[in-house]
Design a protein around this ligand. Structure first.
Ligand code: ARG
Length: 588
């Protein structure tokens, strides 16, 4: 059992033996280490309930807790804080156990669930941009955290391939190339195997036609009509659509691969197309659907709402399905076919109304049974140095591809400056630059509370100093080389013994915290606590390494014990970075 939980039990027992609620016994790491390792603040709350002075309760509890062999000292401070110092032997034994545990003390969940993580979310013909970058980085980390604690995770990018942008691209290509067979209603096939457009064509066409549709209602109507015809199965449009989806997804899959991100299913909005008709029919029969100006809607407002939430539009007046329609049918598919018990949508905070509408509609109609969780894991914006959403110098959207290239180049420059990996073979050095670049990008994002906006600062993110991915990576690589150097001298890790040096003891205490860190990240669906702890653990380790001269230590038992601490630290940091999707090179 994790140390903090174990001590909470001991202190909880003490409260219980005084006839008080054992909940009061919860301990937390001490806010000021000079007073002890852990503290319990429960006496104050217990005092209110019991009508006794808090210090008196604290003293009684302390008297009982002091008898536990795991406890070396207890005292009462201030209004009734109970400060606890753990026995050194206990610490040594505990750490020894951690070394033997492949999970490093992190428990698996009692009830594993099928968890669908919906993240990435690129759209056909639109290059992936910084919004998709955050979704991909955060979603990947959340999926890793859920998987590590034992949930069965299904990762799904939910490609956007069924919306109005498809109709826009169809009418735009028809304007440019009316001769293509896709547009001839009398043509009966077969359609050409070769795609009529490249991804570059699509990316050039999309902003142009989007602007025209915004200015010209007639074009907008045309695009809507083409979207409906596509959805209803017009053969030429479907054939063209398949080409457009294919060229887009090829490039997007490459982007994901370069980020070290993968999915278990590669579904999209159109995956559920065949479910939509029957779903609407069922909702209609169930009395959930209303007609409004020719459209079919589901009302989702509730009596207690403080602001108006518009209804979810299922079918537009011209017969088209929208983003929310496919999202609702996707919930049905995830519940019925995939057995989802929890669905996490890692999507920009600006879509929170959309998800509120979809979730409410899913609850109201029974598409999502009450025991299936639906959560919008929202995140803020990545801003440029000017504090506004990150744009190219020309004011355009920053493509993910360009961003990856930018951080890799910056990482490469940093390696040169720091004379790291200088004489390595070119391929290895290139791989290290990629790994460092990705670490910079991912850590720079994940260290922030996900709902906050943050500023993309290439200089800071790629630095080998401070709270950065490269700093942590470099720290972990250095630990690997400490272990290699020791092994070269024939020094191997051995049983962990009770600490004798402060910096050593502090490291040991920190190493016991991992389970709480992971559990909290899981509960909050937020990786920033993991990023923060990885940084702190690295700093605590550095202080230990300064004070404890491993190679020079003459007591072989102590040296072996220290080497085990070194290895355990490496294992924890590698695990933490792994949960953030960051690789540690073998050497740098
Ligand atoms: N394609 C969407 C976008 O670019 C994100 C998809 C998110 N997932 C979902 N199930 N709606 O904004």
């Amino acid at each position: 059992m994790p140390l903090r939980a174990h001590l909470s039990d001991i202190v909880g027992d003490a409260f219980a033996s005084l006839g008080l609620d054992r909940r009061f016994g919860e301990v937390v790491p001490a806010s000021r280490p000079q007073f002890g390792d852990f503290q319990c603040n429960g006496a104050m709350a217990a005092a209110r309930e019991a009508g006794r002075p808090p210090r008196e309760i604290a003293a009684d509890v302390a008297g009982i807790v002091a008898r536990a062999p795991e406890v070396a000292g207890v005292d009462v401070a201030g209004p009734g804080f109970i400060n606890i110092t753990v026995a050194d032997d206990t610490l040594g034994n505990l750490l020894d156990g951690l070394c033997a545990d492949a999970r490093l003390g992190v428990p698996t969940v009692d009830r594993p669930q099928v968890v669908v993580v919906d993240y990435g979310g690129p759209n056909v013909a639109k290059p992936m941009h910084v919004g998709h970058l955050r979704s991909t980085i955060i979603g990947d980390s959340v999926a890793r955290i859920f998987g590590f604690v034992g949930h069965r995770v299904i990762r799904d990018p939910h490609f956007g391939d069924w919306g109005l942008q498809m109709g826009m691209l169809i009418v735009e290509l028809e304007r440019r190339r009316p001769d293509l067979p896709y547009f001839d209603p009398d043509y009966t096939g077969p359609y050409p195997q070769e795609p009529p457009v490249t991804l570059d064509d699509l990316q050039e066409m999309y902003p142009e036609v989007a602007a025209r549709c915004a200015d010209d209602p007639e074009w907008a109507a045309k695009a809507r009509r083409a979207t409906v015809e596509l959805q209803q199965g017009r053969p030429g449009y479907r054939a063209l659509w398949e080409h457009m989806v294919k060229v887009s997804q090829e490039s997007q899959r490459r982007d994901f691969a370069d980020l070290g991100v993968t999915f278990d299913v590669w579904y999209s909005e159109s995956t559920v197309h065949d479910r939509v008709g029957p779903m609407i029919e069922r909702l209609r029969r169930g009395g959930f659907v209303e007609e409004s100006d020719g459209a079919l809607i589901v009302r989702v407002d509730l009596p207690d709402d403080t602001r108006e939430l518009p209804p979810l539009i299922l079918v537009t007046s011209d017969g088209g399905y929208l983003y929310g329609t496919t999202d609702l049918a996707t919930i049905e598919m995830r519940v019925e076919d995939m057995g989802a018990e929890l669905v996490l949508y890692v999507v920009d905070a600006r879509q929170s109304d959309h998800f509120e509408q979809v979730f409410r509609a899913a609850r109201k109609t029974g598409i999502a049974p009450p025991d299936v969780g639906l959560e919008h894991i929202a995140f803020g914006t990545m801003n440029g140095p000017d504090g506004k959403p990150f744009k190219t110098r020309e004011g355009g959207v920053v493509r993910l591809r360009d961003l990856i290239e930018m951080v890799t180049a910056a990482a490469d420059k940093r390696l040169t400056e720091a004379e790291i990996a200088r004489d390595y073979p070119p391929e290895e050095r290139e791989r290290i630059a990629q790994q460092v670049g990705l670490a910079a990008l991912k850590f720079g994002d994940l260290i922030n509370n996900r709902v906050s906006d943050y500023v993309f600062d290439l200089e800071r993110f790629t630095s080998f100093e401070g709270k950065t991915g490269p700093y942590l990576q470099y720290g972990a690589v250095r630990i690997k080389s400490i272990l290699r150097n020791a092994a070269d001298r024939g020094f191997e890790p051995g049983p962990i013994v009770a600490p004798t040096v402060d910096a050593e003891r502090t490291l040991m205490l920190w190493l016991t915290r991992l389970p709480d860190v992971v559990t909290r990240a899981l509960e909050l669906r937020a990786p920033n606590g993991i990023a923060e702890f990885a940084y702190e653990l690295t700093s605590v380790f550095n202080r230990f390494y300064e004070r404890c001269h491993i190679i020079g230590e003459t007591d072989p038992g102590r040296r072996a014990s220290w080497l085990s601490l070194v290895r355990l630290t490496l294992d924890e940091i590698s695990l933490l970075l792994g949960l953030l999707g960051i690789d540690v090179p073998d050497r740098m």
